[in-house]
Design a binder for this molecule. Sequence first.
Ligand code: C5P
Length: 229
Amino acid sequence: SQLWLIVPAAGQGRRMGAALPKQYLDIAGRPVLAHTLARLHAAFPDAALRLCLDADDAHFSPEWVPFADWERVPGGRERADSVTNALAALEGVAADDDLVLVHDVARPCVALDDLRRLRAVLETSPGGGLLAAPVADTMKRADADGHVVHTVSREGLWHAMTPQGATYRVLCRAFAHARDTRVALTDEASALEALGLAPRLVPGRRDNLKITHPEDLSLATRLLSEAAW
Ligand code: C5P
């Protein structure tokens, strides 16, 4: 069956404080977006891509898209709205049982091994799943002034990364349910959880970082210069 990739890339990236949205910041001569799509394509050369871009995006160039089957989808107000638009664009195109993986454009360092393993796990995982890493740091709950209120046990705590996904039918049901019940979504797994499903955590490399803050860019640059993907 067909594998669908949804890449939300319609964010403004305000936390970077840069003039360009973070997906267009340069790493070794190419924008973050090009690196991310190259990784996805290397792992899934036969996948079809739906790329969420802001309607006013003046930076995008199709030369950065290595997929043969791809389309541009308008971004929405929030990340979840962008993904919703991409799911809607697949109506009548994707089959119910096709797997859909959603990957943040801002995660160019995702490893090929992890991508392939996630796909294999999701082929048999009715509640969908996501790449994730167990929390290593001690976690603190803070008050509004930045003082520690208490320590949160890190037992059973994970960082949710991307890709995240499920079959087309399950993902559409989850997003429709979240919309109807006004659940705020920052990822696909939260939509699946709200539906009562238990998405599978697939342990992935910790360096699948999301470029968010300025220091992340130099870290990503170093990671991407390493020979092995
Ligand atoms: O800002 P943040 O890092 O949380 O965004 C996560 C991803 O969602 C990024 O890939 C960003 O481009 C995308 N996004 C989007 N549409 C929005 C907001 C964010 O596609 N309205």
